[in-house]
Design a protein around this ligand. Structure first.
Ligand SMILES: Cc1cc2nc3c(=O)[nH]c(=O)nc-3n(C[C@H](O)[C@H](O)[C@H](O)COP(=O)(O)O)c2cc1C
Length: 162
């Protein structure tokens, strides 16, 4: 891994599965670039690659969930982060239900947020999607959240720093 890629790995992130819905069209993808952005109102920002199949659903439906992954849930990170819903239904075979905003909530996630899209801002090859938090639950207060470092180069990003 080159030095710039290693440097950027010093930014700490969690790992999340972002569920999206537009009516009955649903999908989900893994994301590490997720952060709280405001207390009042409560806002969460997700940096989304517009090439993700989930992006069109997110734009149209304006609803998403942020499913927190727990330390060790590497297979969920891989399932939702290394293949596209263009090719297969990533939610098939996973236990989930529709949240209050219609977007998928993973039953194995120790915590989740429900958001409604308030704003979108271009950011280079990604887009910052700002979500107002409209719901959420902490189901397992003892679960340690997964850290991005645990996923190694699962996202293939080390090759993207030039
Ligand atoms: C650990 C990890 C972190 C990722 N973080 C992001 C992210 O923050 N934003 C993003 O748009 N894609 C991120 N990805 C890539 C998407 O999850 C991946 O491109 C996915 O296949 C898109 O699925 P879709 O085409 O079904 O929407 C990440 C992948 C992994 C494995």
């Amino acid at each position: 891994m080159n030095e710039i890629a290693a440097l950027f790995r010093r930014l700490s992130h969690g790992v999340y599965v972002i569920g999206v819905a537009d009516g009955e069209r649903r999908s989900a993808f893994t994301a590490a670039w997720v952060t709280q952005a405001s207390f009042d109102p409560l806002l969460i920002v997700v940096s989304v690659n517009p090439q993700n199949a989930s992006y069109d659903i997110l734009r149209a439906g304006r609803a998403f969930t942020v499913n927190v992954l727990e330390h060790g849930q590497t297979e969920l990170a891989r399932r939702f982060g290394t293949s596209s819903s263009r090719d297969h239904d990533k939610l098939a075979g996973v236990s989930w239900h529709a949240g209050g905003n219609g977007a998928p909530v993973l039953d194995d996630a120790p915590a989740y947020f429900e958001c409604e899209v308030q704003d979108r801002h271009p950011a280079g090859d990604h887009e910052l999607v700002v979500g107002g938090v409209v719901g959420g639950r902490l189901l397992d207060p003892d679960a340690a959240p997964m850290l991005y470092a645990e996923t190694g180069d699962m996202d293939g990003s080390s090759a993207l720093f030039g």
